[in-house]
Each structure stands twice: as structure tokens, then as C-alpha cells.
Design a binder for this molecule. Structure first.
Ligand code: GTP
Ligand code: MG
Length: 391
């Protein structure tokens, strides 16, 4: 259903986007809301914006407390390592037990329900990469509607790079998984790529509007998409549309509401007797839509598969750099997403590298000969060694 927002509302949203200061942003968002007419077509939009407002309030409140030296419950965890992975599940599924088994976090494993009430981060080593795993307070029916700490847990999921969906194999894992996925979906966090996907990556002023269409627009034309974006004053952005997308979905993307997170299901308590049969049921239910890692956190088995599962699900590649004068390459890799180019690597090392880039040499098993001289467009792969030469 179209939102048919009036001009002043669209202008206000452009202001929201342009505002960096959280307090002012919140203020503008409220003003925006007051300009949105109340009808069926705007119901979803109003709900989404209200949720964002609630989360921002919390964030501001937290920062204020931090400044005042009070340490209230923390809901936003600064990222560390190659990726932040939010650990989600219903209570007593064994989240804390996993965290204490695979990370350096000190946390109590408890038989009492709802023991963990604020996010707890820990670092997990896997070969030469580190993952930050953050246990989120338990999900329950109604989390997405704001029950208990639901909104904060879901905000944590939205902010993370990937998710662990943890289920207890002894108490109907399919039901637990459905509950988790249901709450995530209500919060517009999806674990599988939808049919159509619209990504709007805002760029600096003057960059212009670039559209990448891999797929098909449904019931609208490219021109209409452009006009819609312009009506929100989005003039500098890369817009990628894949699969089948409607104009409504483009508008959704303007409000940045739906995000996609790679997820790994961790099926826990494999040491208990009903677990194996339930694991089979879970596997046939999931039907390879997501990877499943079966473990016992308490007896500590199966856990060694986790690192590989994250690397695969998150499509992480490791690239090693080498100074032109050095004999050896660095032990610590840069972690990038599969499909990343030398340009992405140069950017992540230093902005100067990108500007002053001359050429690079790459050593790789997959190349016919190494090193090979390559340019910024070169697509990197896991294990590549790169030596960048500047002008
Ligand atoms: N048998 C068995 N029990 C486990 C396993 N993992 C966790 N438990 C038990 O399950 C209970 C809950 O574990 P926690 O790790 O605290 O669960 P949680 O998911 O963090 O729970 P909340 O923080 O309340 O959401 C504890 O009594 C654990 O000892 C396991 O692999 N096998
Ligand atoms: Mg816990």
C-alpha cells in the first residue's frame, strides 16, 4: 500500500538523514512522525519509525549515564574483531554456557530463567581471526513488541554482522527457531535473502545517483524509482536492486528498515538423550536454508566447527599484507567480504593508500604464477598475500 507522504514529511525525512547529532536526530524523527498522515498505508512506516525512536532514546539515555559515570545496563556493544555475532535464543538454551566455552568472557551459567539481562561480549579465536560473540538477553514471544528487553535485544541483532540462533535440542527446537525467526522478522531482521532486495548506499554530495539493477522492477519503472528517491532528496547514492522489487520495497529501503543477517543455528545439549532425534527433525525442517552446528556446550563437543561455520556464513576472506621491503607477510590478516577488491583492501588499510595507489603484487595459489602485478579492480580471495606500491 502506498504511503503517499506529503512533501513536508519527505523533506523532514531528508533532514533526519542529514542530522548526525543523536538528540537532534531524535527530535527530527518525532517531527517527521507528526507530519505523517494517519491512514492504513502509513501504518507500517509509523510503526518502524516509532521503533527507531524507542531504540535511539535508549541509546541516548545510555550515553548520558556513561558520561555521568553511572553504569546502567549496556545495550550497545562496540565492535571488535573480524565480526560481531549476536547470540540469540530463548532462555536456558545455553547461551551463557556457549559464551563461557568458546570466548574469554566471564559469565555465570545458571539454571534460573532469564539469568542474562544485559548483553555480554566475548572474543572467540578461530585460527588467525577473532570473532566477537555477544550474548543477548533472551528472546521471548512479544520481544519485537517491546516486551522486557526485547527491543534492545533486537537492536543488537540489527547492529551485528551475523547471528547465532541457539536452540535447546531437548525442548522442541523447531518451535524455538520459529519463535526466534518470528520476532526477528517483526523487527525486520531477515536471515535469508529475500526475493527482491533494495540497497541504498548513500554517497558524498555530488556523487550522483547510480542504479544497479540485477533483476526486475515490479509494477514500476526505473524513472519512478528515481523520482521517489528524489522526492526524499536522495540524489547521491548507489542503489542496487536485485530480484523482484516493488516501489514499496524501494520506499522501505529509504527508511532502512529491513536488514539481512547471515545466521548459523547452534543446536545445543546434544549430550542429552532426546537430542539426537530432535536434531534430525530440526535438520529436515531447516532443509539446508541455514547451517546447523550441533554441540554440547556443557560437555564441550562440536564447538570446534563454529569458527569455520562463521567464516562461511559471513563470507569472510583473509588477506595478508606485505611491506615491499619485508621478506615475510604479516601474521595478522585483514578480513574482508568475499568478492572484495584490492580497492576495498586499500581503503580499509588507509585512505591515503587508495589515493596514492600505484600497483600491487599478489601471491596466490590460484594464480598461474606469483607474484602477479594487479590493479585496484583485482578480486581478492581467502589467503591472498598482497604488497601495495604507492606513487
Ligand atoms: N545437559 C546440558 N545442559 C546444558 C548445556 N548447555 C547449557 N546447559 C544448562 O542449561 C541451563 C541454562 O544455561 P545458560 O547458558 O545459563 O542459558 P542461557 O541461554 O544463557 O539462559 P538465559 O541467560 O536465561 O537466557 C544451565 O543449567 C546449563 O547448565 C549442554 O550442552 N548440555
Ligand atoms: Mg545467559
Amino acid at each position: 500500500m502506498p504511503t503517499n507522504l506529503p512533501h513536508d514529511a519527505k523533506d523532514k525525512w531528508a533532514e533526519v538523514e542529514a542530522t548526525r547529532n543523536p538528540r537532534e536526530k531524535l527530535q527530527r524523527m518525532q517531527e517527521f512522525l507528526s507530519l505523517v498522515p494517519q491512514h492504513k498505508g502509513t501504518l507500517k512506516l509509523r510503526g518502524q519509525v516509532k521503533k527507531r525512536i524507542a531504540i535511539m532514546r535508549k541509546e541516548i539515555e545510555e550515553k548520558k549515564q556513561k558520561r555521568a559515570g553511572r553504569s546502567g545496563p549496556k545495550f550497545f556493544i562496540e565492535k571488535e574483531g573480524a565480526a560481531q555475532i549476536a547470540l540469540l535464543g530463548v532462555t536456558k538454551s545455553g547461551k551463557s554456557c556457549l559464551l563461557s566455552a568458546v570466548t574469554n568472557a566471564k559469565i555465570d551459567v545458571s539454571s534460573a530463567p532469564y539469568a542474562t539481562r544485559e548483553p555480554v561480549p566475548g572474543i572467540m579465536d578461530f585460527e588467525d581471526v577473532q570473532f566477537q560473540v555477544v550474548e543477548a538477553p533472551a528472546l521471548m514471544q512479544g520481544s519485537a513488541d517491546g516486551r522486557a528487553w526485547g527491543l534492545q535485544t533486537l537492536a543488537l541483532a540489527r547492529n551485528a554482522d551475523g547471528l547465532i540462533l541457539m536452540v535447546d535440542l531437548t525442548t522442541n527446537p523447531i518451535e524455538q527457531l520459529e519463535l526466534i525467526l518470528g520476532e526477528l522478522e517483526k523487527a525486520r531482521v531477515l536471515v535469508s535473502k529475500p526475493m527482491g532486495r533494495v540497497d541504498i548506499e548513500r554517497r558524498h554530495m555530488g556523487a550522483g545517483l547510480r542504479m544497479i539493477l540485477v533483476g526486475r522492477l515490479v509494477d514500476c519503472t526505473m524513472r519512478e524509482v528515481e523520482e521517489l528517491l528524489k522526492s526524499y532528496r536522495i540524489t547521491d547514492a548507489v542503489v542496487s536492486i536485485s530480484g523482484e522489487a516493488t516501489l514499496d520495497e524501494v520506499e522501505d529501503a529509504i527508511f532502512e528498515t529491513t536488514t539481512y543477517k547471515p545466521a548459523v543455528i547452534v543446536a545445543n545439549k546434544l549430550d542429552l538423550k532426546e537430542a539426537t532425534a530432535n536434531l534430525r527433525l530440526l535438520e529436515s525442517y531447516v532443509d539446508e536454508r541455514m547451517p546447523i552446528v550441533a554441540v554440547s556446550c556443557e560437555k564441550r563437543f562440536g564447538l570446534e566447527q563454529l569458527g569455520e561455520a562463521f567464516v562461511k556464513a559471513l563470507a569472510i576472506i583473509r588477506v595478508y599484507t606485505k611491506e615491499p621491503s619485508a621478506r615475510e607477510f604479516s601474521r595478522k590478516p585483514f578480513t574482508l567480504k568475499k568478492g572484495a577488491t584490492l580497492h576495498d583492501l586499500a581503503k580499509s588499510i588507509h585512505s591515503d593508500f587508495e589515493k596514492n595507489f600505484a600497483f600491487a603484487k599478489v601471491w596466490s595459489k590460484r594464480l598461474a604464477f606469483s607474484p602477479q602485478k594487479v590493479g585496484l579492480g583485482f578480486v581478492l580471495e581467502d589467503g591472498d598475500v598482497v604488497e601495495i606500491h604507492v606513487k
